[in-house]
Ligand binder design. Structure first.
Ligand code: 5GP
Ligand code: MG
Length: 192
């Protein structure tokens, strides 16, 4: 029998302490609900699911395996936060798509919407390629820190303005492998 994935009680990265916030089971339950909604809403079309690397890779894999309609996948990558916990506000594309977007139904899959600058950039960039439709899925949304508001079609969880890691999300490239989401422990560090 395969051993269960280990879930640590706390994680320390560069002197910052992170504690459990959303457990693996809750994430999977929410993904199932989102996938059901997408399967229903996009019945009859063959969408292209676009994974925004790196942060969305785990969410993306769990989401698309629950998609039952015909679909394709592709990947793009934006410049990252670097080593910091605060959004720089400048967004650049560092890996382009391989697919033809024109006339297709596009589902953009993000890990988290914070300031909204990344979504704003990607929406404008994809719109120029004339998709038939564009839907946005994000696992997490921080409504209180969003500066540019765009309609988010499917949101996993709304969370407070605090830095989170795990389940694909990193801090200085670490912690992406954690199977659940952890939040910065404010008793220990109140930088954000
Ligand atoms: P935005 O452009 O909306 O400010 O930020 C979007 C990107 O910043 C996300 O896709 C994610 O990669 C990163 N980001 C925003 N908030 C967090 C957070 O709390 N934790 C981590 N690890 N990354 C975040
Ligand atoms: Mg992201």
């Amino acid at each position: 029998m395969t051993a269960p994935i280990e879930i640590p009680n706390e994680v320390e990265i560069r002197g910052d302490r992170f504690v459990p916030f959303i457990d693996a089971q809750r994430i999977q339950e929410r993904i199932r609900e989102i996938a059901d909604a997408i399967n229903r809403d996009l019945t009859g079309s063959t969408p292209i699911f676009i994974c925004v690397l790196n942060g969305a890779f785990m969410f993306f894999a769990d989401l698309v395996r629950r998609i039952t309609i015909d679909c394709e996948v592709d990947f793009l990558k934006l410049s990252s936060y670097g080593e910091e916990k605060i959004s720089s506000g400048s967004v650049k594309l560092v890996k382009d798509l391989n697919c033809e977007v024109e006339g297709r139904h596009i589902v953009l899959v993000e890990d988290i919407v914070d300031t909204g600058y990344s979504i704003d950039f990607m929406k404008k960039w994809i719109a120029k390629k004339n998709p038939a439709t564009l839907k946005i899925v994000t696992l997490l949304h921080k409504p209180s820190s969003t500066k540019i508001t765009h309609a988010l079609d499917y949101v996993g969880f709304e969370i407070p303005t605090k830095f989170v890691v795990g389940y694909g999300l990193d801090y200085a490239q670490k912690a992406r492998n954690l199977p659940a989401i952890y939040i910065l422990d404010s008793n220990h560090d109140n930088e954000q």
